[in-house]
Design a binder for this molecule. Sequence first.
Ligand code: PEP
Ligand code: MN
Length: 337
Amino acid sequence: MIVVMSYGATENEIESVLVRLERSGFQIHLSRGVERTIIGAIGDKTRIGDIGLEAMPGVEKVVPILQPYKLASRTFQEEGTVIRVGDIEIGGETVHVIAGPCAVENREQLLTTARLVREAGATMLRGGAFKPRTSPYSFQGLEEEGLKLLAEARQETGLLVVTEIMDARTLPMVAEYADILQIGARNMQNFFLLKEVAKVDKPVILKRGLSATVEEWLMAAEYIMSGGNYNIILCERGIRSFESYTRNTLDLTAVAVVKHLSHLPVIVDPSHAIGKWRFVPVMARSAVAAGADGLLVEVHPNPSEALCDGQQSLTPGNFAAMMSDLKRVAEAVGRKM
Ligand code: PEP
Ligand code: MN
């Protein structure tokens, strides 16, 4: 970090800062300018909070120079992480597509969707059994019954199961059925939940919060990694903007930026990002072109009857058409599908 002393800071003030830093184990690099003094300090930045530098007389600001996330950063691990689950590799050459309904509604709906998305080339099945709905009056999910249906669909189709975990109290139950746990946008900074999934031996899809910066998102990943679970898949799902025509604004810049800053795989959820089924395929193609390692797409056999997010769900027919177009985009950018 760099400690910038105020204009006119006294010798005593500078000396006190140096002593404080040295006592805390920092290595000091001092630059005495004509106008002000700048102190470069190298050491364990997690200790800055403890040593209260910003409150010391004569200190103007403390500028961290290391990224606050470490385990998630490319500085920590240069090569991209490849997550192996079942016989699938996420973050490798192949772009994987996770597809399925927003919510598990009944056996018929889930099994029909699972068969059709598998036929079209999806390798994983999504479906919420616990739904984070904006309104308490909306359908909240089938809970354990939904998880059992997901397990049945896996048994029949071989698709791996991705489902959202909303509350640490249900973690043992959800982890028993899911192959990959999903942390939803609304829970990205539920630090208690992050610490709990860190203890589970299952990969985690960490969705970007509704208004989270890339740094906040990577810090959320850092919570899970620092707790011992390194198998994190980041998922860009659109952020809040001034635009109201679409549900959110798909931030494809984040895909490029996060792939530069972090070694973790990044997938894109065009369904929640744009919120209108008509535009899902074009955003899915754009995401693959931008370097996404996978997609998370909502598909429903009968979107107009869906209990959740029908307006953004593709029919199985539209999904199959999207998949064949995607293959060509993937090949064009040197990936497989
Ligand atoms: C979902 O994937 O069903 C979901 C609720 O997404 P998000 O958390 O991104 O809103
Ligand atoms: Mn949804």
